[in-house]
Design a protein around this ligand. Sequence first.
Ligand SMILES: C[S@@+](CC[C@H](N)C(=O)[O-])C[C@H]1O[C@@H](n2cnc3c(N)ncnc32)[C@H](O)[C@@H]1O
Length: 226
Amino acid sequence: MTDTISTSPQVTAPSAAWMRVFALVYDSFLWLGEIVGMRSRRRTLLADARGQVVEIGAGTGLNAAHYPDRIAELILTEPDASMRRRLERRLRRTGRTARIVDAPAERLPLDDGSVDTVVSTLVLCTVDDPERTLSEIARVLRQDGQLLFVEHVRASSRFLAACQDYLFRPWRAFAGGCWCNRRTVEMMRACGFIVDADDAVWRGMPAIVHPIVIGRATPRQVVSSP
Ligand SMILES: C[S@@+](CC[C@H](N)C(=O)[O-])C[C@H]1O[C@@H](n2cnc3c(N)ncnc32)[C@H](O)[C@@H]1O
């Protein structure tokens, strides 16, 4: 396993049949992790959402209940049909108003500089092209816009990072295309974001996804010469 930050084209994507099963078991698989910490992390993170908000890869909608009522509009993007069905159901159940959009994060059907807050929770590990996703996020954000994120990342412990590399393929096949060993913060910086992040542990989940980062990233301003 190479220690790269980019997506390798040789790695095959999980089958459509398994993606349906994954959507079905997703909430149950995360249940313990949500109870012992992730739910309150979502709530704390999303308290800072403001204005026009776009969540990428919204999945089954585990964030939906945590958005403050004062935000102007909530757009939930999700490219997987099985996840989207669950997301629609959750919105109906909770009464949360949001627009659901079928789109990958690499190609957001949104105007340049039209969004105040982009939210990514456990998604930059899964997108096919993280660099393209980050440049798309930078494109849609307003000048003072922010990316709020919780992402699991490559471990700083050499032992755990080696386990992530070793288990990368079976984990990716099981976890809907997730890369357990991505250097997400480094990628954000390489894509021009200023990153303010805390490290934490995703308790209640397998050790290879324990290392998480939580924070805010802002696109670096381009200063034009006079
Ligand atoms: C691990 S789940 C996270 C779901 C949700 N954000 C959460 O916090 O529970 C990853 C999600 O990313 C979605 N996804 C996969 N590829 C994507 C892409 N290229 N663009 C946007 N979302 C993607 C998957 O369909 C899935 O819903």
